[in-house]
Design a protein around this ligand. Structure first.
Ligand SMILES: [Zn+2]
Length: 269
């Protein structure tokens, strides 16, 4: 499995250690504090230079190219509202008895995240920052969640926005939120197509997330929840592009249930 070993039998965490890099959960919760944690060239060089496993995993393009952290507009920069932990539908904090509460992940995020889930916003307002604000407003005030449900937004102009803290579980893919990074592209891709800047920056974001979180899979929202057409037919061809670019497997196979689901299995959709 690519997740557990590289071509030389070392996990990417081992390689990070070899490269003298450590990533703390605290650091990963802060978008502004993660610049420079991933020195991809050095990481890739090490993986290539010591390859000896006779059965290497599928080629991961992300390992052999430069991946720079995309410019991410922080919550403060787009004037995000603070999370509301009294929210009706995401109230309090996660426990096995309150599985729908706000869940701050504990430990290394690379051991938690597996799948990046792509969405479309349907709504688009006057510009990208306004759209990001509108999405948060809808999630807070209409859906009664504690915060914007997605971890990142990708605007029509290619601007990338910080959404919910990456250190917290998102609210974007029913029954499958734990361990799933939510990326929303602004627009309604049932009736329009994503823009080229949006595809370029979205791909760059997903490449970067896949590497730094050791993701294994990429899925469209509707692959998990068949009651939705999200992220729209016009986005579907790009899901393959994103997956290939980031070296991810398409589909839902990477999902692992969260603890309370193992105790009380939830019915299939
Ligand atoms: Zn969606």
């Amino acid at each position: 499995m690519r997740r557990s070993s590289s071509s030389n039998g070392l996990t990417r965490r081992d390689l990070l250690g070899l490269a003298g890099m450590t990533v703390t959960a605290a650091g990963l919760t802060c978008i502004g504090g993660i610049v420079g944690y991933f020195l991809v060239d050095e990481l890739g060089q090490r993986s290539r230079s010591t390859a000896s496993d006779p059965t290497p995993p599928p080629a991961r393009s992300a390992w052999t190219k430069q991946i720079e952290r995309p410019t991410i507009i922080t919550r403060a920069e787009w004037s995000a509202r603070e999370p509301n932990h009294a929210a009706e539908n995401e109230s309090g904090f996660y426990t096995l008895d309150n599985p729908e509460g706000w869940r701050d992940y504990e430990g290394d995020l690379r051991a938690i995240y597996r799948t990046v889930v792509v969405h479309h916003s349907v709504i688009y307002k006057t510009d990208d920052p306004t759209t990001m604000q509108e999405i948060q407003t809808e999630h807070l005030d209409l859906r009664k969640w504690a915060d914007v449900g997605y971890h990142f937004g990708v605007g029509v102009s290619g601007q990338v926005f910080e959404g919910r803290s990456l250190g917290a579980r998102g609210t974007h893919v029913e029954q499958f939120n734990s361990g799933s990074v939510g990326v929303v592209f602004f627009g309604n891709f049932e009736i329009q197509a994503p823009t080229q800047p949006q595809i370029d920056q979205g791909r760059r974001l997903i490449d970067w997330l896949a590497l730094r979180l050791e993701l294994t899979h990429l899925a469209g929202h509707g692959e998990f929840n068949d009651f939705t057409d999200c992220p729209g037919d016009n986005m579907l061809p790009y899901l393959d592009l994103f997956a290939i670019s980031a070296g991810l497997v398409r589909g839902t196979g990477g999902y692992q249930p969260s603890p309370e689901q193992l105790i009380t299995p939830t019915p299939e959709e």
